[in-house]
Design a binder for this molecule. Sequence first.
Ligand SMILES: [Zn+2]
Length: 272
Amino acid sequence: MPTNPLGLLTTTGVPVTILAATLLGYQVLTPCGNEVLLEDGVAFGTTTVVIDPGHGGPVDTGAVASTGVAEKEINLLVAQAVEQLLWEQGISAVVTRSGDYASPLSVRAQLADSLDAEIMVSIHHNSPSPGPSPIPGVEVFIQANSSTSRRLGGLLWKRAMQALDGFDIIWVAADDAGVMTVLNSRGDDAYGIIRHPQTSTALIELGYISNRAEAELQQDPMYVPVAAGAIAQAISEYLQSDGEGSGFVAGRVFNPEPGVGKDVCTDPDLGR
Ligand SMILES: [Zn+2]
């Protein structure tokens, strides 16, 4: 057991924040943000990287492709592959969800902050489709006023664009795609997973699941290793170099729908 247990992998494989270690077990914050006591599980300490597979559960599916696949499924496959690649490089990593369940953005952010993570990367696939493009429409959203989030975003964009460009399909892309801040009308970071954490965070939209050609690619077994490899490479470059990456563009102003709340959240089996 680490001297300072910060996170717990439940017996059912769900990573959760430890709120307190007691004689009876661990008081933890569940994926839905409830406080429960768990007797068993594997406690762990500081973790360098947190990977957030966007969406999850029956309500918050993310975008759904015309092929029938949901964004939450592809996001999870890529996130788990990134986690595996980082561990193989000796970089400690944890995912914010390990299966198909919901978790409010504030709870995901608290996991990253509790683990004292250096960075968090949130993985998404975009919709709806803008016009056709000869190059991938990768978008990366970064925290305003954070030079570390900006550097992480630049490296993610550069490596994802290079990797995906190897696939010969008709992409779609927004005219202003790149690495950017997105602020709401109040002037705050618009997306909750960017706004909530103290941890330096970037959100990557790897492509458009709403574009049938891209959805078919994303479901091809070739895709996940390439997408995950690019993200893992960007993360290791962030940690081991001063690289700045590329793709920086002017920011947007946008007011997104709020994320899934506790009211529509059902916790997964935590092995109690
Ligand atoms: Zn998404």
